[in-house]
Design a protein around this ligand. Structure first.
Ligand SMILES: NC(=O)C1=CN([C@@H]2O[C@H](COP(=O)(O)OP(=O)(O)OC[C@H]3O[C@@H](n4cnc5c(N)ncnc54)[C@H](OP(=O)(O)O)[C@@H]3O)[C@@H](O)[C@H]2O)C=CC1
Ligand SMILES: [Fe+3]
Length: 764
């Protein structure tokens, strides 16, 4: 795609002649059609040297063509002065176009100008539109569209209709759709998809819609720094990514234009994951507050004629907050316990939990953070107890009456023990609670291995729950059996708060009973057949199989989350067979992560069927520096990948027999789709392996094509994964595991020297 020339030349550009293509011709030379002067040729050599600026340079030349419309056959000296020789390091900046002079258009324009871009607005009323950022030009839509290759549409979707008349001017250009809707599902298709349908010749990119005009005006320090984008053209997305990066935003590519709907829904969602926990919190706080109001304040008024309504402000909230906090903390751990009992009952962990349990588990983090917030309020309220008028009055009254009556009170060691233990439990519980809260933040949890994370969230979590529950038991230690605490035959509120945590702790203790724990561990780690071998591998974190005969018949079944296969030696034997009972595929996605420093050809994934050794193959050709995807002897080659040694690379490959198209997602970046095998399925007995390339069904290994390094997270699906799913896989966040091969429930056989190790390789 030629972004700089922005598609077909306009009439004026065509007659002026020179057009610049940014990028190299196949021969590696800068392409320049009809170059007519030595000076301009030199200019382009400069362009080549400063490739970073090439785009903008080409733009400026394209523009200069406009300005120099009077020039016909000869290039006049002024054209060179736009980009004088030897000063290409400070080129004229790229020109961008914004349609719409409203709030968002003005704010975005301001930021673009501040970042050094030149800007032209396209408006319905170029002569009478409101004040615009200084330095920007304003023209009619047609003239503005002709002048730039990237056009940001800052107008509402409802007004897109007029764009179809501009289709010739927008052909081949990058159209950035920033629009949002007032409601979800207002239209059958996403705004960006609608735009693409209106102007099929343009490259539509959805971006910037999650920012607000206000955030743009306030600069990157105040703004939400994340820009999400999606689109079908990799080059167009690259152009928008560069622009957003220059504006100071970090960019997250969400895949193809089909993700636009998801991006458009973002700004309309109001804390979606917080909804249930917030409802729960309010659902507990309000009735409990009323309960306490009746039991304490109304009861005193009715029975004793005392007005203690002042307690509404501090005492009541300081009872309600810790109670709700404790219940919600317990509710974070209850689903885990219920899930364990489900697994015990079913004897496997590979069956789905009921939806309600899934949903409950998914909002545990928010539940926990709300609980932490309420516990923090309890801490704050408790701090002010000694300075409360009511408390100071009671203490001084008591002291004075002791003096008056000449009484002394004895020091009671039991009470001292009780009080210190009560506070100690509270402080320990709160301290650990804060640790749990901090480690649940993405920036912290990302720095932890899954074992560290699960240790903190599970073991320390239960300890926190224990301390907090014990703190509450100590609070009521001598009140449980005193009838005067059961006002109007109702139990004190703190007793209510103990029900859920006590149930959770008792159930957890049951799960820790050795016989139950053993059964649960077995369910978690292995199927019965491979129990011994696998527990060996998990305990030592290192499992080497040297003798093919010993283990070739033993199929292991294990959750390899957090683990990797290490292929430590160059051999023509070491490999891992990945087993599936499936024997027919009309579509496929294979994702894996690999780490190597090989400087030769090597195999990444090999699937053979009886009729075809290269049923589905992912292979690195080092001579041509290309990734090859073979599907039944046909192949697609992908160049220009940043396949660096000594780092993890995520590779996802999709193929669909209906269209015959294959696509490679390298480190989350999509390739173009290439045609390989149409209409025919991959079928027959599958032999899938990593580590060796099969030249025959299950054999024919070549040491020079073997893999040496590490391999992890191998998943395979029998359908084409959506760009969003691939993005989630790349980010390793909450993706759907493979339904053919699942790294978290992998059935495999190890041959020769392959080691299973912990994937963590850096120290945090
Ligand atoms: N405001 C914000 O914070 C955000 C806005 N957005 C999106 O940005 C886009 C623009 O929003 P915003 O700037 O707030 O809206 P405004 O209403 O302030 O501006 C919209 C602009 O669109 C142009 N326009 C209006 N009617 C027509 C028409 N019939 N045909 C052609 N052009 C027309 C006008 O520009 P002119 O008169 O120059 O032609 C007008 O200034 C929307 O799609 C919105 O969803 C996205 C994120 C945040
Ligand atoms: Fe307390």
């Amino acid at each position: 795609m030629d972004l700089s020339a922005a598609g077909k030349p306009t009439e004026r550009q065509a007659h002026v002649g020179p057009r610049c293509h940014f990028g190299l011709s196949p021969a590696g030379q800068v392409t320049w059609a009809k170059t007519r002067s030595t000076a301009l040729t030199q200019y382009l050599v400069e362009c080549f040297v400063h490739r970073r600026y090439l785009h903008s340079l080409c733009q400026s030349v394209a523009l200069s063509a406009d300005r120099l419309s009077s020039m016909s056959t000869e290039v006049k000296p002024e054209s060179v002065s736009l980009c004088p020789l030897g000063t290409a390091a400070a080129p004229e900046q790229e020109l961008l176009c914004i349609f719409g002079t409203g709030d968002f258009g003005r704010s975005l324009g301001q930021r673009l100008l501040q970042s050094g871009y030149r800007l032209v607005y396209g408006s319905r009323r170029p002569h009478s539109c409101g004040p615009l950022p200084q330095g920007a030009q304003v023209m009619s839509h047609v003239a503005a569209a002709q002048s730039a290759s990237v056009i940001l549409l800052c107008i509402h979707r409802e007004h897109y209709g007029f764009l179809d008349k501009l289709a010739p001017q927008l052909e081949g250009k990058v159209l950035v759709d920033v629009s949002n809707n007032l409601k979800m599902n207002l239209y059958p298709e996403a705004n960006a998809e609608y735009l693409q349908r209106l102007i099929p010749g343009a490259h539509v990119v959805k971006a910037f819609n999650t920012l607000s005009a206000w955030a743009l005006q306030n600069g990157p320090s105040d703004a939400n720094r994340q820009v999400y984008l999606c689109g079908n053209s990799a080059e167009a997305k690259q152009a928008v990514t560069e622009m957003a990066t220059k504006l100071g935003f970090s960019v997250l590519d969400r895949g193809s234009l089909s993700a636009a709907r998801e991006l458009e829904d973002f700004p309309l969602q109001l804390f979606p994951e917080w909804r249930l926990p917030l409802r729960l919190a309010v659902g507990f706080i309000v009735p409990l507050y009323l309960y306490l109001l009746i039991r304490d304040i109304v009861y005193s008024y009715v029975n004793q004629g005392k007005d203690i309504s002042f307690r509404l402000m501090v005492s009541l909230p300081n009872t309600v907050f810790p109670i709700v906090s404790l219940i919600m903390l317990a509710l974070c751990y209850l689903p885990g316990v219920i899930a364990a009992f489900f697994q015990l009952y079913r004897g496997t962990k590979y069956k789905r939990f009921p939806d309600w349990l899934d949903r409950w588990m998914l909002c545990r983090k928010q539940l926990g953070l709300l609980a932490l917030g309420l516990a923090s309020l309890h801490v704050l309220y408790s701090f002010i107890i000694p300075i409360r008028y009511y408390v100071r009055f009671r203490i001084s009254k008591n002291t004075i009456s002791q003096i008056k009556e000449n009484r002394t009170s004895e020091f009671e060691t039991t009470v001292a023990w009780w009080s210190d233990s009560f506070y100690a439990m509270g402080m320990l519980g709160y301290g650990l609670f804060v640790v749990l809260g901090i480690t649940s933040l993405p920036s912290v949890s990302n720095a932890l291995s899954w074992k560290e994370f699960s240790f903190i969230q599970s073991k320390l979590g239960y300890l926190t729950l224990f301390f907090c529950t014990f703190h509450t038991y100590l609070y009521g230690w001598n009140k449980f059996l005193r009838p005067d605490y059961y006002k109007w035959y109702t139990p004190p509120a703190y007793m209510l708060s103990l029900v859920v945590p006590s149930v959770v702790l008792v159930l957890k203790l049951l799960l820790l009973l050795p016989c139950v724990d053993r059964r649960l561990t077995r369910i978690h780690e292995v199927t019965a057949a491979a129990a011994d071998a696998d527990s060996m591998c998990r305990k030592s974190s290192r499992y080497t199989v040297d003798n093919k005969k010993t283990f070739s018949s033993l199929s292991l079944f294990s959750d390899l989350s957090g683990s990797m296969f290490t292929f430590p030696l160059q051999t023509n034997r070491a490999h891992v067979r990945l087993n599936t009972s499936r024997d027919d595929f009309g579509a496929l996605t294979v994702c894996h992560r690999s780490f190597t420093d090989l400087k030769r050809d090597h195999i990444l994934f090999s699937l053979a069927i009886p009729s075809n050794a290269n049923g589905f193959l992912i292979f690195w050709d080092d001579t041509n520096k290309e990734m090859e995807i073979h599907i039944k002897e046909k192949k697609a080659e992908y160049y220009g990948l940043d396949y660096k040694p000594n780092m993890w690379h995520s590779v996802c490959t999709t193929w669909n027999s209906e269209s015959g198209l294959v696509q490679l997602w390298f480190d989350g970046k999509p390739s173009i789709r290439k045609l390989v095998t149409v209409g025919s399925h991959i079928s027959g007995r599958m032999i899938i392996m990593i580590g060796q390339e099969q030249d025959s069904h299950g054999g024919g290994f070549d040491i020079k094509q073997s893999f040496v390094g590490m391999m992890s997270d191998v998943h395979m699906w029998d359908y084409v994964l959506s760009p969003c799913e691939i993005q989630r896989y790349t980010d390793d966040i909450n993706y759907t595991p493979g339904n053919v091969l699942n790294w978290r429930a992998l059935e495999f056989q190890i041959f020769d020297n392959v080691v299973i190790e912990d994937k963590l390789m850096t120290c945090h």
